[in-house]
Design a protein around this ligand. Structure first.
Ligand SMILES: [Zn+2]
Ligand SMILES: [Zn+2]
Length: 577
């Protein structure tokens, strides 16, 4: 298997063209693809996109919408026809051959994900893909057909669980909407807040509903937020969700309209930070999704100064190559005149940018970043299981490495029937844990190797249920982070699937709480993050079970308040003393 990613680009990539004055211009492929070629992307490894079939488009779009797109694509189409299904003057004007061009973008992402699913390649990069705003029956935001959503649908047909990471400055609303009801797809979008920017959605309170509650995650940022706060949010939340969601494949959208120089939006991200984000996704794909990673482009309207460098960073990350210090001189000479003609007389000299894109820090920016950090923390509390969050915050575990034991999940549930009554062990120590194996999904979707590492008896107290030498249930708690007041936080209650519905969690929790002084003050917060991401129950059922479980161990349970409660109406806060 080649170490270089499959690159999706061909003549049809240039046909997705809304006209000369439209910001999403195929002019970006000239300097963009040329830079990839110059730094080593071998055209032998490229695949040229061809139109997806109607059946493939119907995976995510309605028949009526396809008919409308086709009608607008005809040579005898009326250029003054009324807008319909989002197609008309403005963001998504009709053009000759629009259906074939848009279907080819979808076809490119489909062929790429199929190559990954077959194991022909680990990584693929489709710079012309990432049309994340297209809705099932409506064009939106320069997007006719939703190629990332269609590629994800193909992976779902193959039974694969998908983590979708959207780094574009605009909310990935179409992908989110199309897969909102599917608990097997987690959509995670970092974007400029919808209060200030198209499409106006993507608040932290969009968390999903029913069985899929917790499978939508949004991290809206304030205008003016810079690379440090943006990358901090990405670097915290993406690894934690990659670890806890158990994806089989990661699909990421690398729109570079987050850049400080982008004309359409207001974040202050750099190509340096974009490159770091791409490398992070690569690392996570190898650690948590068997290496399977499809990257797409997306928005980005700095055609000469930003898009080529952003694409190069994604390609270099997926090819596991170092970032060269300087842009190739031949590339700069070749594109300087065209860039100047379109208003950018000076091309950058390096792949990376100066810190903060060379802008002086201001109080306004610092205030925006503070607000963005707070929002990111709310998103994290809603989406990341508490044990994972606390282990990361308190520094005893990282989803980026340092894991003990096997990285491969050992599937032991199928070989054991769960019939024999498990034995409960209090205050489990390291020596005992080291003699035991772990049944699947004791802590969200963490694989058994990660569970072994995160359950550090020096950091937390642990009560486990064992069947033979297999841990089939656990309760974990730690001292409250507040200055050693003797209070305790409940971090996890988990029972592996084959041993559920036998009252084991209730027994474990009662035993765990009973092992501490009766005057101990306990706290617990239960959000949509606390779930089995592979076989999640309906959100309301989950809340009922959690409430009953806590009450049976003497907790006083309330609906959660504040931003958590506003976003996740079933979230609970519990105390016991
Ligand atoms: Zn890789
Ligand atoms: Zn965008």
């Amino acid at each position: 298997m080649s170490d270089a990613p499959l690159l999706v680009f061909g003549p049809r990539s240039l046909t997705y063209d809304f006209g000369p004055s439209h910001p999403l211009t195929p002019r970006r492929f000239g300097p963009g693809i040329d830079l990839l070629r110059t730094i080593g992307a071998d055209p032998e490894l490229w695949i040229a996109p061809e139109p997806a079939t109607v059946d493939e488009l119907l995976l995510c779009h309605s028949p009526r919408y396809l008919a409308i797109v086709r009608r607008f694509s005809e040579p005898d189409g009326d250029p003054w026809a009324d807008a319909e299904a989002g197609i008309g003057a403005g963001d998504d004007p009709p053009f000759l051959g629009m259906h074939d061009a848009a279907a080819s973008v979808a076809g490119g992402s489909l062929r790429a994900i199929e190559a990954i699913l077959r194991g022909d390649t680990e990584h693929a990069f489709h710079p012309g893909g990432g049309l994340h705003h297209a809705m099932p029956a409506r064009a939106s935001g320069f997007c006719i057909y939703n190629d990332p959503a269609i590629a994800i649908a193909r992976a779902r047909q193959a039974g694969k669980r998908v983590l979708y990471v959207d780094l574009d400055v605009h909310h990935g609303d179409g992908v989110e909407a199309i897969h909102a009801a599917d608990p097997g797809v987690l959509t995670l979008s970092f974007h400029e807040s919808g209060r200030y920017l198209f499409p106006g959605t993507g608040s932290v309170a969009e968390v999903g509903a029913g069985e899929a509650a917790g499978s939508i995650v949004n991290v809206p940022m304030e205008p003016g937020t810079g690379e440090t706060a943006w990358l901090a949010a990405v670097s915290t939340i993406v690894p934690e969700l990659a670890a806890s969601f158990a994806p089989d494949i990661i699909v990421s959208q690398h729109g570079c309209d987050t850049h400080a120089w982008d004309p359409l939006a207001h974040l202050v991200v750099t190509t340096t930070a974009m490159g770091a984000a791409a490398r992070l996704v690569d690392t996570l794909a190898h650690r948590w999704s068997g290496g399977r990673w499809l990257a797409t482009g997306g928005g980005g309207y700095g055609v000469y100064r930003v898009v080529p460098r952003a694409w190069a960073h994604v390609w270099l990350a997926s090819a596991h190559r170092e970032v060269p210090d300087r842009l190739p001189g031949e590339w700069r000479e070749k594109w300087a005149a065209e860039s100047a003609r379109y208003g950018d007389p000076t091309l950058p000299e390096t792949f990376d940018d100066e810190p903060n894109a060379g802008l002086p820090p201001t109080e306004t920016q610092a205030a925006a970043e503070d607000r963005s950090r707070q929002t990111a923390e709310v998103a994290r509390r809603l989406a990341v299981p508490r044990l994972v969050r606390e282990a990361v915050d308190r520094g005893w575990w990282s989803p980026l490495g340092g894991f003990a034991g096997s990285a491969e999940p050992t599937d032991v549930s199928s070989s054991t029937d769960g019939g024999a009554a498990p034995t409960i062990l209090d205050r489990t120590d390291r020596a005992t844990l080291d003699r035991l194996e772990f049944a699947p999904r004791l802590v969200a979707g963490l694989d058994p190797g990660a569970v072994r590492a995160i359950l550090d008896p020096r950091r937390l107290d642990l009560t486990v249920a064992i069947a033979g030498a297999l841990v089939v249930g656990l309760v974990a708690s730690a001292g409250s982070s507040q200055d050693g007041d003797g209070g305790r936080s409940l971090l996890a209650v988990g029972v592996s699937p084959a041993w559920r519905r036998q009252g084991l969690a209730t027994e474990l929790l009662a035993r765990h709480v009973g092992a501490f002084d009766s005057a101990t003050a306990w706290t617990a917060t239960i959000t949509a993050a606390e779930r089995d991401p592979v076989e999640p129950l309906d959100r309301a059922v989950r809340a009922t079970i959690a409430r009953r479980l806590l009450e049976q161990s003497g907790f006083d349970v309330q609906s959660a308040g504040g931003e958590i409660g506003r976003a996740d109406h079933a979230a609970l806060e519990a105390t016991r003393r």
